[in-house]
Write a protein that binds this ligand. Structure first.
Ligand code: UD1
Ligand code: CA
Length: 455
């Protein structure tokens, strides 16, 4: 059977107190709606329709990459009214799955079960809560069959005691649903068109209602305020941390570890200290150690790499056996070959550093090509920018750059050359020679230091 998924996402989210529509708030750097969308994409043969409303323009601009049909609900007259907007696009012979854009942690496995149950029935996802307040209650008859859902505001005192609640998530045949949607009324406490009224209609028409439950109640929790957002962020991160540990990663503290992206490759015997953040596409080899307070974004880290604390690594490639940090910053297109050392307060941008080279202290390397076995002394700066244009610095194999040197690009330092400390190099230097570019040292015997006048 073909599947159509409707994601309800028109609500305002007043309690977020935000200019941003609720569904654009993020968990692990990804919007709530994208979480729901990517999970439902996993169902396959799935036509996704998103009902949007509040902050429509912002939502559409930010999420235009999503593969879905966008359907506007200009006025939010209730969940039933929201689904009615999609009615005209629903084929009779599809299964329709209804999800909420602000319920981000729902698992594929849970909705798969729901879709399977919907073959000859209305499948409803329910959950039993100690604190059911606010939710629609599942009313069952004497045979324990579901007879209807009553909303909190319409419930009798007796119904309010029911702890089994509606998650709002359901699946049912499209033809049946369209028929029921057309007959919804809003004569209830909130004067809204309730989607939940279709349950009683199904029962009246002899359509079976099958309920199922998620493995964990966090799966069906919605985000209404920033406390709930923070709670689900931690739930999500805890799940990722477990996944890392199962794969062979030691986390010094799983509660102080955040992944905001996709794992492309993850090796084993990886040690991760506290407060490490991994973002974007993550690719980490075996026997890697990552120090505290390190941020790694869209980078590739080969085997046996040690990253010392407080390093920021973005769109970089780090070869096998490298040592980076503490306090190193690798910016986009920094490429380190094997066994390179990059030390404290060193920034490397758009540069390649070949095997065995060292940039250990206080340096800026930009737009450069550095050969093998090069030693860059403390405080070396490649002057790559004239205020308008960027230029390249080439440092060939086995070069030694003395401390506190400036290499004014474009410039090439020949193979095995030595640059004297404190040099400002503006021209290409020959290989195998010592080049110095600074004033000769002199001493002035007659010089007298100024003295303070006595008052
Ligand atoms: C709904 C259910 C309730 C269930 C609860 C679970 C109904 C009538 N009630 O209640 O049984 O326990 O969810 O959280 O369905 N939305 C729109 N357009 C609208 C109204 C809502 O897109 O006109 C979207 C919201 O953005 C949200 C979702 O539908 O994502 C649920 O809306 P919400 O107002 O939170 O429903 P509740 O009244 O809490
Ligand atoms: Ca709600």
């Amino acid at each position: 059977m073909k599947l159509t998924t409707i994601i309800l996402a028109a609500g305002k989210g007043t309690r977020m107190r935000s200019d941003k529509p609720k569904i654009l708030h993020c968990i692990a750097g990804k919007s709530l709606l994208e979480h729901v969308h990517s999970m439902s994409s996993g169902l396959g043969n799935n036509d996704i329709k998103i009902v949007y409303g509040h902050g429509g323009e912002q939502v559409r601009t930010n999420l235009k990459h999503l593969d879905a049909q966008w359907i506007e609900q200009t006025q939010q007259l209730g969940t039933g009214h929201a689904v009615q907007q999609v009615s005209e696009f629903l084929a009779d012979d599809t299964t329709v799955l209804i999800l909420y854009g602000d319920v981000p942690l729902l698992k594929l496995k849970t909705v798969q079960a729901l879709v399977e149950n919907a073959v000859d029935a209305l499948a409803l996802l329910t959950v039993t809560l100690e604190e059911p307040s606010g939710y629609g209650r599942i009313v069952r008859d004497e045979h324990q069959q579901v007879s209807k859902i009553v909303e909190q505001k319409d419930a009798t005192a007796e119904q309010l005691l029911i702890k089994e609640v509606n998650t709002g998530i359901m699946a049912v045949n499209g033809g049946l649903l369209k028929n029921w949607l057309a007959r919804l009324e809003n004569n209830n406490a909130q004067k809204e068109f309730y989607l939940t009224d279709v349950i009683a209609m199904a029962v009246n028409e002899g359509v079976k209602v099958i309920t199922s439950q998620p493995d964990n109640e966090d799966e069906v929790l919605g985000v209404n305020d920033r406390m709930q957002l923070a709670h689900l962020e931690r739930v999500f991160q805890a799940g990722q941390a477990r996944h890392f540990m199962v794969r062979g990663v030691t986390l010094m503290d799983p509660a102080r570890f955040d992944v905001r992206g996709e794992i492309e490759h993850l090796g084993y015997d990886i040690d991760i200290d506290v407060n490490v953040i991994l973002e974007g596409n993550i690719n980490i080899g075996n026997h890697v150690s990552i120090g505290a307070n390190t941020v790694i974004r869209n980078s590739v880290i080969a085997d046996h790499v040690t990253i010392l604390p407080n390093s920021i690594i973005e769109e970089a490639e780090i070869g096998q056996g490298c040592r980076v940090g503490p306090f190193a910053r690798l910016r986009p297109e920094a490429k380190l070959a094997e066994n390179v050392h990059v030390g404290n307060f060193v920034e490397i941008k758009k540069s390649t550093v070949a095997e065995g080279s060292k940039v250990n202290h206080l340096s800026y390397i930009g737009d450069s090509i550095i050969g093998s076995r090069v030693n860059i002394g403390a405080g070396t700066i490649t002057c790559n920018y004239d205020g308008v244009n960027k230029f390249q610095t080439i440092i060939e194999d086995d070069v030694f750059i003395g401390s506190n040197s400036q290499l004014v690009a474009p410039v090439t330092i020949g193979k095995n050359a030595t640059i004297g400390a404190g040099s400002t190099i503006t021209q290409n230097t020959p290989q195998d020679q010592l080049t110095l570019a600074r004033a000769r040292q002199i001493s002035i015997a007659t010089w007298q230091r100024p003295v303070k006048k006595e008052k």
